[in-house]
Every structure is written in C-alpha cells, then in structure tokens.
Design a protein around this ligand. Structure first.
Ligand code: DON
Length: 370
C-alpha cells in the first residue's frame, strides 16, 4: 500500500506476522526454522536471489552461553559474552576508568570525558583484533578483561593529551599468541530479570519482507569484517577473527547487561545504536554508580562516543559544554557533533523493592508496570 493511502489513526494489522508468531508459539523452534515459515522464507530468498536454503535453516541452532561478569566499585556487572563484543568492551571500559576519581572530576567534565574516551579508543582497538565467533576463534576473554592487562593498557594514558588512534594499536593480552535494534528490560515480582537486545541491524534490515510470513530479513552480515581495515556501516574495522565463514556468527556490539549491588538486583539495561551500544551502556552505569544520578537522569543525560577509528569524539548537542569542549580540543581531541547516541531502556531497583523505569527520551521508549 502506498504511504499516501494511509491516514493518521489507521490500524496496521500484521496478519501474516501473527500467523508466523502462532506457528512459533505452537511448534517452538520448528515453527520458524522448518515447516511453513521456513518454506516461505526460502521462497522469498529465491525471489530476491538470496542464498539461504531450507537446509541452512534446519541446521541453525541457537546457543545458550554463560554471561561475563565483573566487579565495579563493589557492584557486580553481568553482561553479554561473545559473539557480541559489547560485554568485553563494557568490562574493559569500567576497569580502565575504575582507578580514576571521576566523581570528583564531575559528570561530562573535560577530564572525565577525556579519560572515558581514551579507554574507549583502546577497547575498540582491541575489538578490531581479538573477538569474533567463539566457535571459530579462540578469544582471550580472560586476559582482555583482566585488571592487570587493563591497568597496563592505560599506562600510556596522558591526563592532558589525546592520544592518536594511529599510535594506539590493539593491545597484547598476556598469554595470547597472536540502526534497527530493540532493547527491553524486564523484572518480575520474584526479582527475576531479563535484559534482551534484538536486531535487524539497520532500519528495516535488508528491507525485504518474507511474503505471507510478515517478518523482515536482517542485514546483519555487515557486522562481519569484509576485509582488514575496511569499515562497516558503523565505521568499525576488523580483521581475521571476524572474517566471513560458513556457519560463523558475526561480531555484534549489543550489550544487554545486569548490575547487582551486594548480591541483589540493581540495574537492568541495554540499548540499540550499533558501535555506540557498549559506550552508551557504560555511560549510563557510570552515571548511576559514580555520579549518583536517578535512572531517568542517567538515561537522558548527554552522551559522547569514541571507537578508536575514526579518531574523533562524537557527541550529542549540549552533551559537552563550551569550556570542556575547548579543553578537550586543546588536549588534541577532535570533536564532532552527531545525532543522538543510543536509546536505553533500563530498570533500577530502589530501596524498599520499588522499581523505577528509565525510558530514554531519544527514542520510542516507555516503561510500565503490570
Ligand atoms: O549487532 C550489532 O552490533 C548491530 N547489528 C546493532 C545494530 C543497531 O544497534 C542498529 N540500531 N540502531
């Protein structure tokens, strides 16, 4: 139907998608990867010269993996393992900034931004080299997130000067040989929590709807590195660990995460935003744990991002005041304003087991209780 035929207030009924969801409800995995949905998907593939076959779908299995965990200032952080890079990056960032008095330096002051950006530059340099699908590459996860390695990684951090990304190579961990995404956070009355991020990659994925099945195909292949040094749509570069291979999962940046305080659930959070996801989750955690913000303030506060290459700080309008911006430029940073960074849906557990929702003003987010 042409756009012009739709009017405000019309109701879009996705009946094909409803039938697909019913098949998944009734047959579980087989409701999608075999039977009618699979046949419809393969028919769509043939129509558009795609290469996924019924056999590929039959052979696909989801995998349950053990989350990564760390401590940050007495809080327990529980986050996503590979094949997302997000959890490794989040832990690296928190550990790299932990020794510094960011609370004293202040939220989004030039000193705080400089420190967080230099940590981001180093974490994303490591991302370009080490992580990929753990079924295909041996990732030195333990070494990459170890306190000793990360202290060493920041040993050339200069409090007064920006480093150059061209001079910051991926680190050498000890013992090592060589935009549409949705996040939702849920907590129930028994204290169970879910942080889930799901993606088509960019808006509308590859823009093909499987006829009669009602869902859109993703273009997540862009999360692989097509060749060394060649950026993907988020400007991320990578190498062999994240090269394309049959049956391999591409390296994501999604970072669904949970924070515990004294062994009890405290935060549930995550975000869309491609390469900016781990840095978005990082800043919201620091906003709450270090700057004492409420979940609403933490989620809506201005954000910035650095991903090693390109070598600049991107920032949201009004996130960095003119004094900090001048100081950062004097230190040698390049600053570029961009549209919004990330879009968080978070939950915070308040004293007395009250639950607060933090729905980011940047997107179509909301919080509710049942
Ligand atoms: O898995 C990833 O890292 C990307 N495909 C996520 C893309 C994304 O967040 C786009 N949304 N704004």
């Amino acid at each position: 139907m042409k756009d012009s035929l739709w009017k405000e207030g019309d109701i879009l009924i996705q009946s094909s998608l409803a039938e697909t969801l019913k098949r998944i409800r009734d047959y579980g995995r087989d409701g999608f990867y075999s039977g009618r949905t699979a046949r419809l998907l393969v028919r769509e593939m043939k129509r558009a010269n795609g290469i996924i076959s019924e056999q590929d779908l039959n052979e696909y299995r989801s995998v349950s993996r053990v989350p990564l965990t760390t401590d940050y200032k007495g809080y327990k952080i529980i986050t996503v393992p590979p094949p997302s890079s997000g959890g490794i990056i989040l832990i690296q960032l928190l550990k790299m900034i932990e020794p510094y008095p960011v609370k004293e330096w202040g939220f989004n002051s030039s000193q705080t931004i400089h420190l967080m950006v230099e940590a981001e530059r180093r974490a994303f340099a490591d991302r370009s080299e080490y992580p990929g699908d753990p079924d295909f590459v041996k990732i030195p996860v333990g070494q990459l997130v170890s306190r000793k390695y990360l202290l060493n990684r920041m040993s050339d951090f200069n409090k007064n000067r920006a480093s150059l990304s061209l001079e910051i190579m991926p680190g050498s961990p000890e013992g090592y040989a060589s935009e549409e995404t949705t996040h939702y956070s849920v907590v129930d009355d028994a204290g169970n929590a879910v942080a889930a991020t799901t993606t088509l990659n960019n808006s509308f994925g590859n823009s093909i709807v499987v006829d009669s099945a009602g869902f859109i195909l993703n273009n997540q292949m862009d999360d692989f590195s097509v060749k060394p040094g060649f950026p993907n749509m988020y400007g991320l570069v990578g190498g062999e660990a994240n090269s394309v291979q049959p049956g391999k999962r591409m390296l994501s940046s999604m970072t669904p995460s949970i924070v515990e305080k004294e062994g009890k659930l405290f935060l549930v959070l995550g975000s869309p935003g491609g390469s900016t996801i781990p840095t978005t989750v990082f800043q919201v955690i620091v906003n709450v744990l270090d700057f004492g913000m409420s979940i609403g303030q933490a989620v809506n506060a201005g954000r910035f991002h650095h991903q090693w290459l390109p070598d600049w700080i991107s920032f949201e309008k009004d996130a960095i005041d003119s004094i900090s911006s001048k100081k950062l430029t004097d230190m040698g940073h390049i600053l570029k304003e961009r549209a919004s960074i990330g879009s968080i849906n978070a939950i915070m557990i308040l004293p007395g087991a009250k639950i607060a929702g933090g729905a980011d003003k940047r997107g179509n987010n909301s919080s509710c209780g049942y």
